[in-house]
Design a protein around this ligand. Sequence first.
Ligand SMILES: C[S@@+](CC[C@H](N)C(=O)[O-])C[C@H]1O[C@@H](n2cnc3c(N)ncnc32)[C@H](O)[C@@H]1O
Length: 285
Amino acid sequence: MSVPIHGNYHGYYSKRPSVNDPRLDTLPRELFSKKRVLDVGCNEGWVSCEVAQSFGAGKVVGVDIDDTLVRAAWRRRLQVWSTQGPVPELSVAKPVPEDGDGDGDEPSSQRGLGHATKKRKAKSKKPVLNYFPASFEHTFGSLPIPPSHIRGKDVFPHNVLFRTADWVEEDIVEDKDGYDVVLAFSISKWIHLNSGDEGLKKFFAKVHRVLKVGGSFVLEPQAWDTYKKAKRMDKTLKDNAQKLKLRPEDFEGILMEMGFGAKKSFGEIGEGGFCRPVDLYVKLR
Ligand SMILES: C[S@@+](CC[C@H](N)C(=O)[O-])C[C@H]1O[C@@H](n2cnc3c(N)ncnc32)[C@H](O)[C@@H]1O
């Protein structure tokens, strides 16, 4: 296997416990409710799926530079869906009148459908997590995903998708509509070591550009002393590291100059080597 110079570790979540991710648990739930969220460096998609399934996000986009990880993220989506409990409205077809069910929220394409085909959307129901054991999927295959016009576009699993891109250098199609929240968990070191001080500033500037005013940038930076191990991985990273002038302590100042407010710190979260600060910056202008 090639050296994971971008932090593109495979099997990352077997080392880092990430069901009920403590980094997400520390954040206020309203941060995600009905919001458009970008998860930069989504790896195998565990965080993105959790935000989409359990935090009420309207849409979650996970982006990663490594296509193998992105394919694993799509599989993760299907695995998580396959262990989720049945949604009552979907398991029992409820007839509704021809002229709508009274809540007026069905898309016009659904209005006027007959009793036999029309079902209530399952939007408001909280999912029951881990209802089926993971082994069921191995034995019986994945559960089919109901179409989005029945299940709802803004509920799991329709509210999460994944893209492959070096997000510092390339835009993805979802960027043009902007985001309410950008998550950057354990990625700043990798961008810093591969693209230098300028690359890291470019990353921060892009986060600023795609966030709506009032939106939140959630950053989990790795400490400077953890750069050492990464430098030993690869000669280019080592050479690049020698030219770095910025340190993680400088990030707040750079972000404030770009138009973010002062850092709101949620403390150091996680266990052992994964105990890192989780910081939130609001885009003010
Ligand atoms: C150490 S992992 C962290 C995964 C995840 N964010 C978490 O903390 O649970 C860093 C991830 O960032 C991705 N990555 C690094 N540079 C990237 C870039 N320029 N664009 C997109 N993804 C990148 C890597 O492929 C890797 O999956």
